[in-house]
Design a protein around this ligand. Structure first.
Ligand code: AMP
Ligand code: ZN
Length: 466
């Protein structure tokens, strides 16, 4: 069966054919670790995860690289604004290295909570300065760079295909918005490969280089780390749609200029935004929600994964707590159903798997990762009265290789007491003893709001998720 993916380069779905039979090199732009990831960022990593699981489901041997950006990313994705890491370090009175370590760990915890598989290689930008310098030298040698005002710039006028990914030739607004940002630039789209002189005199991270002591521009890190681990040409590159115009456009220009391989990457996949009230969620904005914010409001992180799967990755997804609550209701009902059918399981999964549903499933994931339709198919399986619970469970476990909702480990949580809930139950018991029924009801409602129902019996109060 063929796998079709929407390739931003071609602006259409294309049949996926890897460079090397049976193997896939995949690169995903990772987080800039100056703050917690927001749930918009995490939506993009759920999309990456669905892609990597789909590739594995298709039997490919996968090498997935996701970088950690800990230097050079300015508050604008072009070369203006403040350095995000420096800004974060000042805010938290930490060194940039301490800041990066803290938020990298926090990010990895978020990935784990969302059941996102760990990419094979997670390189840090600051560990690859030598590789970045080597690529800049190649770009210089091939005639695509110039030095001005102490910085090294990429000369976009020398690169005839500049802007192919973003189709910039039809869009002057982007060019105009970049004019005047830096007087040293010969062309508005030129970008910095290496800074020596910049407005960040106090920049803590500086390295010796043939161009002078300084630090890299943001884009070069992804060319350096991808080529180191995946070779000078590889199969798939991913990121959020905001990267199309500047970051990925510049990655392509500098990599093709350095390696002389065309196209540098064959398939470019971009995830749409998570929005709140039509605004893109941004780390610097007021609408910043962390995964922990959802947990504090009583949502299991996996419910957020389910919520992400309800929309195709190429569609904008509107976040609201009402929407999340409705995903929680669906997810908890699904969980109860899985627990019920699991009771008949005898572990003989493979004998029962050749089923038309698994074929249909493969068609859907291979049609540009159509997860909303996969969810619909899954509900169809659960409702099908012609198949046994055992078979249903086998099919669902197979689907879960891509869905990643954790069907195998689902269990009733009635006995698993979470500290916060236990404390509230005790408080409610005390209120009842003191005949403060208003308070007791308030606690019951508060728990209900968190998706927990209480069941009073002569043996005490038990709780379960709705
Ligand atoms: P950053 O940490 O800012 O470099 O972003 C990490 C990833 O999240 C990138 O692939 C961005 O394109 C993506 N991203 C940023 N904002 C959003 C959003 N609101 N919704 C979905 N993805 C986003
Ligand atoms: Zn990148």
């Amino acid at each position: 069966m063929t796998l079709k993916l929407y390739n931003t380069l071609a602006r259409k779905k294309e049949v996926f054919k890897p460079i090397k039979d049976g193997e896939v090199g995949l690169y995903s732009c990772g987080p800039t670790v100056y703050n917690y990831a927001h749930i918009g960022n995490l939506r993009t990593y759920v999309f990456n995860d669905v892609l990597r699981r789909t590739l594995k489901y298709n039997g490919y041997n996968l090498k997935h690289v996701m970088n950690i950006t800990d230097v050079g990313h300015l508050t604008s994705d072009a070369d203006s604004g403040e350095d995000k890491m420096l800004k974060g370090a000042k805010r938290e009175k930490k060194t940039v290295y301490e800041l990066a370590e803290f938020y990298t760990k926090a990010f990895m915890v978020d990935l784990e909570k969302l059941n996102i598989e760990t990419p094979e290689i997670i390189p840090k930008a600051t560990d690859h300065i030598k590789e970045m310098i080597e690529i800049i030298r190649k770009i210089e040698k091939n005639g695509y760079a110039y030095s001005a005002g102490g910085n090294i710039y990429f000369d976009t006028s020398k690169f005839k295909d500049y802007g192919r990914l973003a189709r910039l030739e039809n869009d002057d607004s982007e060019k105009k918005s970049r004019v005047d940002a830096d007087k040293n630039k010969r062309n508005p789209n030129d970008f910095v490969l290496w800074f020596t002189k910049s407005k960040f005199d106090e920049q803590e991270m500086k390295w010796d280089s043939p161009f002078g002591k300084g630090y890299p521009g943001w884009h070069i890190e992804c060319s350096a780390m991808s080529s180191k681990y995946l070779g000078e040409q590889f199969d798939i590159h991913t990121g959020g749609i905001d990267h199309i115009q500047v970051h990925h456009t510049n990655e392509i220009a500098q990599s093709e200029a350095a390696f002389n391989k065309h196209p540098w990457v064959k398939y470019w996949l971009h995830g749409e935004f998570l929005v709140i009230d039509k605004d893109k969620m941004a780390k610097s904005g007021d609408n910043f929600l962390k995964l922990q914010t959802l947990v504090d409001k009583g949502f299991d992180p996996i419910v957020y994964r389910y919520f992400c799967l309800t929309a195709h990755y190429k569609q904008q997804l509107k976040f609201s707590f009402d929407g999340l609550e409705s995903s929680r209701n669906s997810f908890n009902a699904l969980k109860n159903k899985v627990i019920e059918i699991k009771k008949d399981d005898d572990g003989e999964i493979h004998k029962r798997l050749d089923h038309r549903y698994t074929e249909e499933f493969k068609e859907l994931i291979n049609d540009d990762l159509n997860m909303p339709k996969v969810l619909a198919l899954m509900y169809h399986v659960l409702k099908d009265e012609k198949i046994s619970n055992k078979d249903k469970y086998s099919i669902l476990l197979d689907f879960d290789r891509v869905l990643g909702l954790g069907f195998k480990n689902m269990k009733e949580e009635i006995a698993e007491v979470n500290g916060e809930i236990e404390a509230l139950i005790k408080e409610r018991d005390n209120a009842k003893k003191q005949k403060d029924f208003a308070k007791a009801d308030k606690i019951r409602n508060e728990l209900k709001h968190k998706g927990i129902v209480l069941e009073d019996s002569k043996d005490g109060t038990k709780w379960k998720k709705i």
